[in-house]
Ligand binder design. Structure first.
Ligand code: DPM
Length: 358
């Protein structure tokens, strides 16, 4: 019983390693953490899991639009502090909330199978049966996502868009109990995890609205040096999701986009080919640069030796072919470079400036 690990003697006298999982206090964060906990419990019946809930800056400043708060790692910082201080061993996040570079000492040790990555329309009950196409002119749609607003403003010029903040519970309450919004746009994945699938009236196709980098996938953040925990969580990696998300994150990173820029993606794995569509938008959606590229990401059995392990856009996946990971990362960078050559930097710089000035 040596080392930094904590052990516990169970009722039956058996000694188990204690793994502490940090989580935000929101209901969605708890549900996500619990789902990873139950996967781990199935795979490792002998570990003793403890869940430690904390509130983060992001949870405290609920009334400011996310895109206006300068702090990049809004929802993650306090949890990372706890990881660093060895108060927790594992933190579960929505991958889309994790920056493409993590502070040194941290890595994403697992990316789980992606839920539906698309955005969904949730209607005010009085609009039941309508769609974004059939809602009355000047109907107000609630979203604080620059990405969603940019794409939908272009596609549905007859509608109006306004910010809405708060966690999922708060937003649904604001929608249902007031008359401010005709509908709101949320990720289908979050609604599904909350058990609110029945509120989804329309799933947005890529033609209407492409999704955010990493949307719909859960990520497990750990200490980069913690070999035991890294190995333990690595079995949760879902290879297709990992490859898709690495290409998406490499695309965003190469564009130097953060979590609050109008950048959207769409990825698919077909056989050994990975397809990435990526786009950048002006705030009103009028300017758009979009392209698609593909790359072969054959998953061979050549897994990297732990000695020459490598990290791709903050993801450690030693149990997945390193050549496939390299190819996925290159795909994202290549596509970003194509858009940068066409002027993506200007579009993003202008969008950032206008958003900061609002
Ligand atoms: C990020 C964005 C939003 C979240 C920006 C975007 C939506 C912000 C808003 C990076 N994180 O998507 O363009 O609407 O004001 C978030 C949600 C989930 C994770 C909720 C949602 C659940 C889905 C998932 C907030 N982060 O997008 O409806 O796990 O991918």
């Amino acid at each position: 019983m040596e080392g930094p690990f904590k052990y516990i003697r169970e009722g039956n006298g058996k000694v188990s390693r204690v793994i502490r999982m940090g989580t935000r206090k929101s209901q969605l964060a708890r549900i996500q953490t619990d789902s990873v906990a139950s996967r781990l419990k199935e795979l490792y019946p002998d570990v003793h899991l403890e869940i430690v809930a904390m509130s983060t800056i992001g949870d405290k400043i609920l009334d400011t639009a996310l895109s206006k708060i300068g702090e990049k790692s809004l929802f993650t910082k306090e949890l990372e502090n706890a990881l660093e201080r060895n108060e927790v061993d594992i933190v579960v996040h929505s991958l889309k909330d994790l920056p493409t570079s993590l502070p040194s000492g941290f890595t994403i040790g697992a990316i789980l199978q992606r839920e539906n990555p698309h955005d969904a329309v949730v209607l005010h009950p009085k609009n039941a049966g309508l769609t974004l196409d059939s809602l009355p002119e000047k109907s107000v749609i609630g979203t604080s996502s620059l990405r969603r607003a940019a794409q939908l403003k272009k596609r549905f010029p007859q509608l109006e868009f306004e910010n809405i903040r708060g966690n999922l519970n708060t937003r649904l309450k604001k929608l249902d109990e007031k008359d401010d919004y005709a509908a709101i746009i949320l990720a289908a994945a979050g609604l599904k995890r909350m058990g609110w699938d029945n509120r989804i009236s329309q799933i947005l196709s890529p033609e209407d609205c492409m999704y955010a980098v990493g949307q719909g996938a859960l990520a497990v953040e750990v200490r980069a040096q913690d070999r035991d925990i890294l190995e333990m969580v690595s079995v949760l990696h879902h290879p297709d999701t990992v490859l898709r998300c690495i290409s998406e994150r490499a695309f965003l990173k190469q564009l130097e986009g953060g979590c609050s820029v109008p950048v959207a993606v769409h990825t698919e794995v077909k056989g050994s080919m990975l397809y990435l569509t990526g786009a950048v938008y002006s705030l009103d959606g009028a300017d758009c640069l979009k392209d698609t590229m593909q790359m072969c990401v054959e998953i061979d059995n050549e897994v990297s030796e732990s000695a020459q392990e490598c990290v791709h856009v903050a993801v450690t996946a030693n149990n997945i072919s390193s050549s496939a990971l390299d190819a996925a990362e290159k795909l994202g960078m290549d596509l970003a470079n194509v858009l940068l050559n066409k002027g993506a930097k200007d579009i993003l710089t202008t969008a950032r400036k206008l958003n900061d000035a609002r």
